[in-house]
Each structure stands twice: as C-alpha cells, then as structure tokens.
Design a binder for this molecule. Structure first.
Ligand code: F6P
Length: 371
C-alpha cells in the first residue's frame, strides 16, 4: 500500500485543482486500491499541525475547471521555518513528525519559490518529496513555464484591452499595474499582448525623465492616449543602485498604495495630463484556469504521479522545450527566474515602439530619420 500526502502552499493560482486532479487520477489509475491519498489542509500549516483528510477518487472528479485550491493554502515563510516562535513549535520537527505519523511514502507539494525552498529543506531532512511549479509570476527557476501564468496573462491582457477604449474616449494616460512580484514576466507578456505603449518591469529599471519625454513625444504625435503596463515590482534607476536596506528604507517612506500611484503623480506633475491608475490585483489570480493552464497542470500532475511510481523523489516536474522533465529540487530551491535582458520578446516589443522607460531615445524611428 502506498500512502501519498498532497498540499498546496503559497499564493493560489489557476490550475491548482487541475494539477491535483492529475496527480490523484493518475495515482488511483495506476495503483488502484493499493494507494491512499491524503489532502493536507492549508499548505505547510496543515503539515505542521497534522491537519489532513483522506481523499477518495471521487474528490478528484469535477475539479478541472475550478479556480483556487480544494486543499486550501497559506503562506509560511521559509525564513521562519527554523525559527521557534512564541508557540514554542519546532516547525521542521513537527512536519517530519506528521509525515511519519501519516506513514507517508511521498509528499506532493504544489507551490512557487518560497514553497520550493521548504520542499528542498524537507528533502534534506530525509522526506520523499515531489513538487509541481505553480505561480502566476512564472519566476520559478528550472521550468520554462509555471501553471497559472497563462490564465493570469489572459486576465491582465483583458484589463488592458478594456482600458484602451476608455483611455481613447477620454484622451487619458492610464497605468495598469500588473502582478508578478519581483519579476516582469506577467507585465511584459500582458503589455505586449494588450498593446501597451509603455512596459515597466523590475529587470529594466525606469528613469522618470525618459518616461515623461516619451509621453511628450506621443502628445506631439497627436496620440490621444498612453497606456502603461507597470509591474507591481517596478523600480527606478535610482532605486536600482540602492542596497536592499536602503531600498526598503526608502520605500517605507513612499506614501502611495503602490509604485503605480507614485509614477502617476510624477508623470502628472510634469506633464499636466490626467492620469488614472487601475490595479486588478488578485483578480489576476482568480477564476477558472484557461485551457493552456488546464493542459499544463494536467501534464505536470500526471508526470508527478509517474515520478512517484518510479520512486524518483526529490524532483520538481518542469517544462523544458515542451517536454515534461524532472529537475532536482536542490537545483531549483532559492533561484529566481528573472526576465533576461536579451529576451527576444523585449526586442520584439521595442521594435513595435513599446517604451521600457530606460532611455531618453524615445523618438519613433520614422520621426528620427526625418530629423
Ligand atoms: O506570487 C503570486 C502573487 O500573486 C504575486 O504576483 C504577488 O506579489 C503576491 O502573490 C501577492 O501575495 P498575497 O496573495 O499574499 O497578497
């Protein structure tokens, strides 16, 4: 008899249930009555507190299109895992004890960056672990794509599409703030797909003067509106030069709900233009997974079950060149997949005239060649 635990940890995203379904159906399909699957509630919280429930084949049916996670999730920061808090609980020891008490043969963990650091810690502590890469941020090292990203991309793109019509009617500047944490995959792809005029991502720190100059050029060219897709993690060139400590200190004095509002104020003061900020926020993480995520999450789920069948533990299932492959957890943990400067998508966007706020060279090619 195989006994498998499964948990989802960190921020939720579309496709979690599709992936859970893939794991459960493939395991039951292969092992039949010789497997027992246990859902662990609210991520590592449930593992620490021994909070779990048995899952029958029935639990894995009818959840392909369901958003969120049927297991519940929570954020349990990796940094705190080895810290004993006021509750006096040794979290790592408690997780190991639960694993032992449940007599698990393997723990399946669905999560993003922080989750993978803890998953690797559990592996180092001797637990059999198999993981699946989820996050709308697409920032997990080792996989070309995480599930959740493509669904969030559809939503963010839809926001940009809708903003176009009202921005045009009112001749306004609009900032759409796109999630993505400290990386720019989602804002970059949404900005390109949604026809943004400006895309600001953390990997390309912006210069406010360059941004303002670009907007003036657009005014001069009689463009009615300007739409900026701004990463929630966007930083200025001055901020990029700061140490982590200086940056934190400086942002603690930023009296705006988010970076987009600061940029809006700075642009508004310098151009006198009317600016609106739209923050779709967690909307981007909600609802049903798009078909591409349903497929990817299903592939990851069944591949994770295959790793369990093979006894190939300590791996994350990853997408590489459209193949699902195992990647050792020790290689994944603690590494962020940022947008590379030489990514062809960035060049393509620049060729389309999209501005990244990083240069004063904002004149469109046609205008430059005339002068
Ligand atoms: O990691 C996914 C993500 O949605 C990020 O894009 C965002 O910065 C963060 O989670 C928001 O976290 P929370 O749900 O804890 O507010």
């Amino acid at each position: 008899m195989k006994r498998i635990g499964i948990l989802t940890s960190g921020g939720d995203c579309q496709g979690l249930n599709a992936a859970i379904r893939g794991v459960g159906k493939a395991l039951y399909g292969h092992f039949g009555d010789n497997v027992e699957i246990y859902g662990i509630r609210d991520g590592y919280r449930g593992l620490i507190q021994c909070d779990y429930f048995p899952m029958s084949p029935h639990d894995f049916a009818g959840i392909l299109t369901l958003g969120g996670t049927i297991l519940g999730t929570s954020r349990q920061p990796f940094k705190q895992m080895r810290v004993i808090g006021s509750d006096n609980v040794d979290k790592v020891a408690a997780m190991k004890a639960t694993y032992k008490k449940m007599r698990l043969d393997c723990l399946v963990i669905l999560g993003g960056n922080g989750t993978h650091k803890t998953a690797n810690l559990l592996r180092e502590e001797g637990l059999n672990v198999v993981t699946l890469p989820k996050t709308i941020d697409n920032d997990l090292w080792g996989t070309d794509m995480t599930f959740g990203f493509q669904s969030a991309l559809e939503i963010a793109t839809n926001v940009l599409d809708c903003i176009h019509t009202t921005a045009d009617s009112h001749s306004r500047i609009f900032i759409v703030e796109v999630m993505g944490h400290k990386v720019g995959w989602l804002p970059l792809y949404a900005g390109l797909a949604g026809g943004a005029d400006v895309i600001l991502i953390p990997e390309i720190p912006y210069q406010i003067d360059a941004l303002v100059e670009n907007i003036r050029v657009r005014d001069y060219l009689k463009k009615r509106f300007c739409i900026l897709a701004v990463a929630e993690g966007a930083i200025s060139q001055e901020e990029a030069k700061m140490s982590k400590k200086q940056f934190r200190e400086s942002r603690s004095h930023m009296h705006f709900p988010s970076i987009s509002y600061r940029i809006a104020k700075e642009i508004g003061e310098r151009t006198g233009r009317e600016i609106r900020v739209t923050v779709p926020g967690h909307f981007q993480r909600g609802g049903a997974p798009c078909p591409a995520d349903r497929v990817l999450a299903s592939r990851f789920g069944t591949a994770a079950a295959q790793l369990i069948r093979d006894g190939n533990f300590g791996n994350m299932v990853a997408l590489r060149n459209d193949q699902i492959v195992p990647v050792p957890l020790e290689d994944v943990a603690g590494k962020l997949k940022t947008v590379p400067a030489d990514l062809d998508v960035i060049q393509s966007a620049r060729d389309l005239g999209i501005h990244f706020g990083d240069t004063n060279d904002t004149l469109p090619r046609s205008k430059k060649s005339k002068s």
